[in-house]
Design a protein around this ligand. Structure first.
Ligand code: NAD
Ligand code: DAU
Length: 339
């Protein structure tokens, strides 16, 4: 049964990454009664700057790895919830080298579940719609909580594995856990390896944007602030053992998104390169978030995608010092892959 939680002290893993740091900002802004401990290994994708300037009495940073059981023994007790964002998150990287994905996404989740079990701490698991595989472009269906798992990439298969671990720990050990599977996020602090920031920062550095395959793959975009409000809703009011899908009805193909970016940045709509497709590239994701909306009353606020995209472009224009140090290295990696 649902037991509402009023968390006073939460542990956010991956709180220096894109979505995790936006969640930390969201909690600081909207829930003054809640203290946050961020646990982050600061991999290539983590940046301490993402949580810089937040009040020290509200946010504590611990530099460490979620696979480190001794560290978890030290820091988990005293928290009333773990919100688990930390992951290796990029599909292309998982194709080039799957191993870190198995370590962090599978073993790391196992370690956190064991800590949640040992110290009887509520656990919320952040996952992805990619666990469901993909849909055809002309399929009227969308993913629901009942859709069978059918992941395509090393990344999504490790996320699927981690979801299944959570379900087993709920059923077998009675861990008080919930799971959410969200669609593609956009917004500030997203690493320049990902589609939208890559194209914006390419244009800002005089590089032509790169589109995979035929450009018709569809992603279901949601602003990261809406993801944060949904996670808070599930953490505080979700039913234990349940899965909730998070989405904001934002289906768009990649070509349309890229042309929006080009237009908003004053470029010609054809000023981009077609590049080699991603192996196993999922065709379309689409989320039906009826359960979350009807059962818990959540609704997204940022439903104007073009407005959200404009803000995101401005953010990258105004925060060059945040992304410039990693841009050349990221593009060199893509170039080596022919993308
Ligand atoms: P990200 O790559 O931007 O950030 C990941 C963070 O985790 C980084 O700060 C990194 O340093 C940290 N981390 C990695 N390995 C770690 C380890 N072993 N121990 C401790 N910290 C570690 O990822 P993101 O895009 O913000 O995604 C966050 C979560 O949301 C992931 O679980 C991802 O699967 C899920 N998700 C992402 C999206 C999306 O559109 N990006 C959509 C749905 C779900
Ligand atoms: O659906 C949720 C998932 O969304 C999350 O689980 C992942 O962590 C997150 O990275 C994201 O996965 P995608 O693979 O959909 O995101 P990415 O930004 O890598 O790519 C989005 C789409 O754009 C995809 O169809 C591939 C395409 N693409 C990507 C890049 C980097 C391009 O056409 N050109 C590019 O340069």
């Amino acid at each position: 049964m649902a037991k509402d939680l009023s968390p006073k002290n939460i542990l956010v893993t991956g709180g220096c990454g894109f979505i995790g740091s936006n969640f930390v900002h969201y909690v600081v802004k909207n829930h003054p009664e809640t203290h946050v401990t961020v646990l982050d290994a600061l991999t290539y994708a983590g940046n301490i700057e993402n949580i810089a300037g937040l009040p020290e009495d509200r946010v504590e940073f611990v530099h460490g790895n979620i696979c480190d059981a001794d560290l978890l023994d030290k820091i988990v007790p005293g928290h009333d919830a773990i919100v688990h964002y930390a992951a290796e998150s990029h599909n292309d990287n998982s194709i080039a080298d799957p191993e870190p994905f198995l370590r962090t996404n599978v073993e790391g989740t196992y370690r956190l579940l064991e800590a949640a079990r040992k110290y009887d701490v509520r656990y919320h698991h952040i996952s992805t719609d990619e666990v469901y595989g993909d849909l055809a472009l002309d399929d009227p269906a969308r993913f629901t909580e009942e859709t069978p798992y059918h992941p395509s990439s090393p990344y999504s298969s490790t996320k699927a594995a981690s979801d299944l671990l959570v379900r087993a720990w709920v059923r077998t050990f009675g861990v008080q856990a919930t799971i959410s599977n969200c669609s593609n996020n956009y917004g500030p602090y997203q690493h320049v390896e990902k589609f939208i920031p890559r194209q914006i920062t390419n244009i800002l550095t005089g590089v032509r944007p790169k589109l995979y395959g035929d450009g018709l793959n569809v992603r279901d975009w949601i602003h990261t602030d809406d993801h944060s409000s949904a996670v808070w809703t599930i953490l505080t009011r979700g039913r234990i053992g349940e899965t909730y899908l998070i989405g904001a009805d934002g289906e768009r193909n990649n070509l349309t998104v890229l042309r929006d970016i080009l237009e908003m940045m004053g470029k010609d709509p054809d000023d981009f390169d077609w590049v080699k497709d991603r192996p196993g590239h999922d065709r379309r994701y689409a989320i039906d978030s009826t359960k979350l909306r009807t059962e818990l009353g959540w609704t997204p606020e940022h439903t104007d995608f073009r407005e959200g995209l404009e803000h995101t472009i401005r953010w990258y224009e105004e925060n060059r010092a945040w992304w410039e140090p990693v841009k050349a290295k990221t593009e060199a990696r893509y170039k080596a892959q022919g993308q």
